[in-house]
Design a protein around this ligand. Structure first.
Ligand SMILES: [Zn+2]
Length: 482
């Protein structure tokens, strides 16, 4: 017989119940269930029992790297002195070894545009590479550039995106070369995903959609290995290139949308984009188009309309959505996956930098729902913080870091905000998963009833996370086996 787990006195839809899990599924839910000999028991003490959360837009490998990276942008690092201190501390912490350093989250407000000369001054004795907050740019010092052997490599073999000065010397700025850099400096199979897995489990996350456009067979292998070793307990949907095949899908890991990155001002050829969307559809895959600016969202919608929409086609972020997009997105029945946490993380910068006319259209939530559009939530970690609860809080209060309110009319109720993370992985904005007998036991148990949790929306209230019937995270001292 499958091992069983009994959760006692959990709050489910306002009632106190006992829940028995058998193997990977919920077996029984009753007002009172007698513990069986040898059964693992979890005392919920009236805490709310929710379906496990699904983060519909995240980047696992980048998150793993960022956990080991120097924080090079606000709020941790706000000026040149702070950046220098952070780099010096990291160099000291790595001991006498002249191993390379990695930074993340850089933003121009810290010290303007970075280049190799500035980085050589800040870090003269070892390689350092720093990623821009947008994820689209890297800054390298001379040691790091040497490690890439640019001088020794035939120029025809080098990709576009390595910026050079008038003398042909690399400036240290690399654009959209994430995958190329990684192959040379940090291969996938050497990355340890266990810290990411347990961090997300501690926030009640039992599933995630990795939205990295370059995901391919290498990433499938690395994720499968991490799941097999237990480093990563979450269920994964993998967006990525057209090289990914549905055939490699199962319940733990399945191939999801074909991810398309738009990058204004260099928007792709319209007809080619339409062909790409059609190619994805013909392989039974939906398209997920990254749209951050006004022209990107209009371009993406026009391309989807021209290609013909497949149910499930989605727009990622939809950061700026002018009024006319509500009508077309609704008519085409597109899905939106957005990140309310950016209001809490970058809201003040938006208020200062975004054109006034676009401010009311930023990170819409309520307008999508009112227009009958399927809306799902993700954190975009590590570009946003890896905490769905923080995203829910921002969806409810719409507060920027300085507590200003951004788009009050877009606020959601706590229940709607929670719902952004409760649908099936393949159906953001669709029907909510529920805790019921016969369902897969992917669960998030809180230490307080929902009426209290809904006010705070704090990850600290997660006490136990269960995936496929197995406890994958429990807050220390609160999970006792009898
Ligand atoms: Zn993303």
């Amino acid at each position: 017989m499958d091992p069983t787990v009994l959760i006692r006195e959990a709050e489910l839809s306002g009632h106190r119940v006992d829940v028995r899990i058998e193997g990977e599924f919920i077996a029984e839910i009753e007002a009172r269930l007698e513990p069986m000999p040898g059964e693992e028991t979890i005392e919920a003490n009236g805490g709310a029992l929710l379906p496990g959360l699904h983060d519909h837009h995240i980047h696992l490998f980048s998150l793993a790297a960022s956990l080991e990276s120097i924080a090079c942008g606000p709020p941790e690092t706000c000026d040149l002195d702070a950046l220098e201190n952070a780099i010096t501390r990291a160099a000291r912490a790595s001991g006498g070894r002249a191993s390379g350093l990695r930074g993340a989250g850089y933003f121009e407000s810290v010290a303007g545009p970075l280049d190799r000369e500035l980085l050589d001054r800040l870090c003269p004795d070892r390689p350092i590479r720093i990623q821009h907050r947008s994820g689209s740019m890297w800054f390298l010092n001379s040691h790091a550039l040497d490690a890439l052997r640019l001088e020794q490599t035939n120029a025809d073999l080098l990709p576009e995106g390595i910026e050079r000065d008038e003398d042909g010397r690399p400036t240290g700025r690399l654009f959209r070369l994430d995958a190329w850099l990684r192959e040379r400096l940090a291969p996938r199979d050497e990355v340890d995903l266990s810290a990411v897995g347990s961090l997300l489990a501690s926030r009640g996350v039992t599933g995630l959609t990795d939205a990295t456009p370059t995901n391919g067979p290498l990433e499938i292998d690395a994720f499968r290995k991490a799941q097999a070793s237990g480093a990563l307990a979450q269920r994964i949907v993998l967006m990525g290139s057209l090289e990914l095949h549905e055939a490699s899908s199962d319940d733990d890991l399945c191939v999801g949308p074909y991810k398309i990155l738009l990058d204004e001002p260099a928007l792709p050829d319209f007809d080619r984009l339409v062909d790409e969307i059609r190619a994805a559809h013909s392989m039974h895959r939906v398209a997920a188009i990254h749209t951050v600016t006004r022209s990107e969202i209009l371009f993406a919608i026009a391309a989807l309309e021209a290609a013909g929409v497949r149910p499930g086609d989605r727009l990622e972020h939809a950061s700026v959505a002018p009024p006319e997009t509500l009508e077309t997105v609704s008519r085409l029945a597109l899905t939106i996956v957005t990140q309310p946490n950016f209001v809490a993380e970058r809201g003040d910068a938006y208020l200062a930098e975004v054109e006034t006319i676009d401010l009311p259209y930023l990170y819409r939530l309520r307008s999508w729902i009112d227009a009958g559009i399927a809306l799902g939530g993700g954190t975009d970690a590590p570009f946003g913080r890896p905490d769905p609860w923080r995203a829910m809080r921002a969806a409810v209060d719409r507060r920027t870091p300085s507590r200003a309110v951004l788009g009050r009319g877009e606020a959601l109720s706590p229940e709607r905000a929670l719902g952004l993370f409760l649908t099936e992985p393949s159906d953001p904005g669709g029907a909510l998963r529920v805790v019921a007998a016969g369902r897969r036991a992917d669960l998030c148990l809180l230490d307080v009833p929902w009426r209290k949790a809904r006010i705070e929306l704090e990850a600290d209230h997660v006490s136990t996370t269960i995936r496929n019937g197995r406890v994958i995270w429990a807050r220390p001292h609160e999970h006792a086996a009898l």
